[in-house]
Design a protein around this ligand. Structure first.
Ligand code: ADP
Ligand code: MG
Length: 316
């Protein structure tokens, strides 16, 4: 097996406190609290977590835009502290925020970036990259006239100018419509098939599920899972049925079929069960056997939030 494309070890980031901050805020925000994981070479790796989890902080540390407080990281075997230039050359980053000089054309954006990396004119790939991101016909349009989706595609091309073996996309589909999202994923898939290791951050479980071979989840600056997508999806095989019964509950119902039971009100209870093994009908039948009269029922699939709850409670 090849060494990992990216290795992150015990990464810590505490942002400086705002001036005059008091109490807890005076210590500054602890955005990453000792995060470690490897990104396997050749994978599409998803870094998943809710807003504020620390995803961009981690990406921006890799990009050299944010200084870490502690820990280590290497990119393609290059230490980001001691071999920054080589580390930067091995990675292309599509930032969460779209920023362009509005008066450059897509072609100029790519040429300027190639110049920044000192790539000789004969070795530049501007035309090829514009074609790859389906912007050849916008070659000479001002960046400000491009749609949001086009701008994001241009950012992907810009990130690939120096042909890095690793491409990182920070929330690439925020504010992108369904069709453009599909195009973007096709492009990412194409690059990956050509051998590029891809890291993307998202707060959509479905998106990560669809694209990534492996998913790491961070929450409040801590890694709470890092598994092959299939294993993680299996954890979301749960369904929840919320039931209102006609009499006050003296005790929460219990049964082997129930993964979890939450009494939510004097007459309300939420029961989690594995949808591969049981049906909502069976859950209701069990409740009736236990002498409860069900008045109202709603069911829902377990979502990322539930997986979080499951993972964080499993940790304790
Ligand atoms: P994500 O990308 O997962 O949404 P971020 O990495 O942007 O999360 O933010 C993680 C936490 O760090 C949040 O609480 C955010 O408010 C805080 N944070 C981000 N950037 C800064 C900054 N420059 N100064 C202070 N706090 C910040
Ligand atoms: Mg972010």
């Amino acid at each position: 097996m090849n060494p990992p494309a990216i290795q992150i070890e015990n990464l810590v980031k505490r942002y400086a406190p705002a001036k005059g901050a008091t109490g807890e805020a005076a210590e500054g925000k602890l955005a990453l609290n000792g995060v470690s994981f490897d990104v396997p070479e050749g994978s599409i790796f998803g870094l998943l977590g809710p807003n504020g989890a620390g995803k961009s902080t981690l990406i921006n540390i890799l990009a050299g835009l944010v200084n870490k407080t502690g820990g280590k990281a290497n990119i393609w075997g290059f230490d980001i502290d001691t071999q920054r230039r080589n580390a930067s050359r091995a990675i292309g980053i599509v930032p969460q925020e779209i920023v362009f000089d509005p008066f450059f054309t897509p072609y100029e954006v790519l040429e300027n970036q190639a110049g920044f990396y000192g790539i000789a004119a004969a070795l530049r790939r501007s035309e090829e990259l514009l074609a790859a991101v389906r912007l050849a016909d916008k070659r000479n349009a001002y960046a400000r006239t491009l749609s949001g989706g086009m701008k994001r595609r241009l950012l992907v091309a810009k990130a690939m100018v120096h042909s890095p073996p690793i491409l990182v996309l920070d929330e690439p589909t925020a504010g992108v419509d369904v069709e453009l999202r599909r195009q973007l994923w096709e492009l990412v898939g194409e690059l990956n098939r050509e051998g590029v290791t891809v890291v993307l951050t998202t707060h959509y479980l479905e998106e990560a599920e669809e694209l990534c071979d492996r998913i790491a989840i961070i929450n409040h600056g801590e890694l709470i899972a890092n598994k092959p997508t299939r294993d993680l999806v299996d954890m979301a095989r749960e369904k929840i049925v919320a039931v209102t019964v006609s009499d006050d509950l003296t005790a929460a119902p219990a049964h082997d079929a129930f993964t979890k039971v939450d009494q939510t009100a004097t007459r309300g209870v939420e029961i989690t069960y594995n949808k591969d093994k049981f049906s909502a009908g069976q859950v209701l039948a069990i409740l009736q056997e236990q002498g409860l009269t069900v008045e109202d029922v709603t069911t829902r699939e377990a979502d990322l939030e539930d997986v979080f709850v499951q993972l964080t409670s499993a940790e304790e």
